[in-house]
Design a binder for this molecule. Structure first.
Ligand code: K1U
Ligand code: ZN
Length: 173
C-alpha cells in the first residue's frame, strides 16, 4: 500500500468528468487500497480517484466516526445514484482538496446508490445521515463538481483565492 498525493483546488483535474472503470484489475485494487490509506492518513471520511489525479470513477469512504465501533471501509466503482429522497438535509462539508474550508451544503437526506465492488459484483445500498452526504460529495468529485460549487459566487471566489495563496506559499517554502 502507498499513500498518494491529494490534489489541491484549483486544479483542472478536479473540474473534469472521470471515466468509467472498464474492468476490476489488480491496478484498480491497488488504487483502492492506496486511496483508503491516503483517506485514513489525511484524515478524512471519503476520497475520490480524481483527488489523487486518477480520472477513474472510483471512490472510497468510511463514515464510522465512533472509535469504539469497527471501521467500515467501502470501495465503490462506477457508482450511480438510483434514487434520492425529496427530503433535504444540511451538513457542514469539508474537502481534502480544499483544506481548512467548511460550508453548509443542502443535499437529499437519503440516496440509493448502486456500484461495482472489488470482486466485480453489483451492489446497491440506501445511505442516510453522514453516509448520504459523503457518497454524494464523492460522486460529485467524479463529475468534476466541488462542494464550493453549491455556494454563492462571492464565497466560492473567496475560498478559491485563499487556496491559490496557500498553494503559492507552499510552493515557495
Ligand atoms: O472528498 C473529500 O474531500 C473528503 C471529505 C469528505 C466529506 C466530508 C464532509 C462532508 C462530506 C464529505 C473529508 O473527509 S473532509 C475531512 C472530514 O470531514 C473529517 C476528518 C476527520 C474526521 C472526521 C471528518
Ligand atoms: Zn472533497
Amino acid at each position: 500500500m502507498a499513500k498518494r498525493t491529494i490534489l489541491i483546488h484549483p486544479d483542472p483535474r478536479l473540474k473534469a468528468v472521470a471515466d468509467p472503470v472498464a474492468e476490476v484489475t489488480d491496478e484498480v485494487r491497488t488504487l483502492a487500497e492506496d486511496m483508503l490509506e491516503t483517506m485514513y492518513d489525511a484524515p478524512g471520511i471519503g476520497l475520490a480517484a480524481p483527488q489523487v489525479g486518477v480520472m477513474k470513477r472510483l471512490l472510497v469512504m468510511d463514515c464510522v466516526k465512533d472509535e469504539t465501533l469497527p471501521p467500515r471501509p467501502m470501495v465503490l466503482i462506477n457508482p450511480e445514484v438510483t434514487w434520492s429522497s425529496e427530503e433535504l438535509g444540511t451538513y457542514e462539508e469539508g474537502c481534502l482538496s480544499i483544506p481548512e474550508q467548511y460550508a453548509e451544503v443542502e443535499r437529499p437526506a437519503e440516496v440509493e446508490v448502486s456500484w461495482t465492488d472489488l470482486e466485480g459484483a453489483q451492489q446497491s445500498e440506501r445511505f442516510d445521515g453522514l453516509w448520504a452526504t459523503c457518497v454524494q460529495h464523492e460522486i460529485d468529485h467524479l463529475n468534476g463538481k466541488l462542494f464550493i460549487d453549491y455556494l454563492k459566487p462571492l464565497k466560492r471566489q473567496m475560498i478559491t483565492r485563499k487556496m491559490v495563496k496557500m498553494k503559492r506559499e507552499k510552493a515557495r517554502a
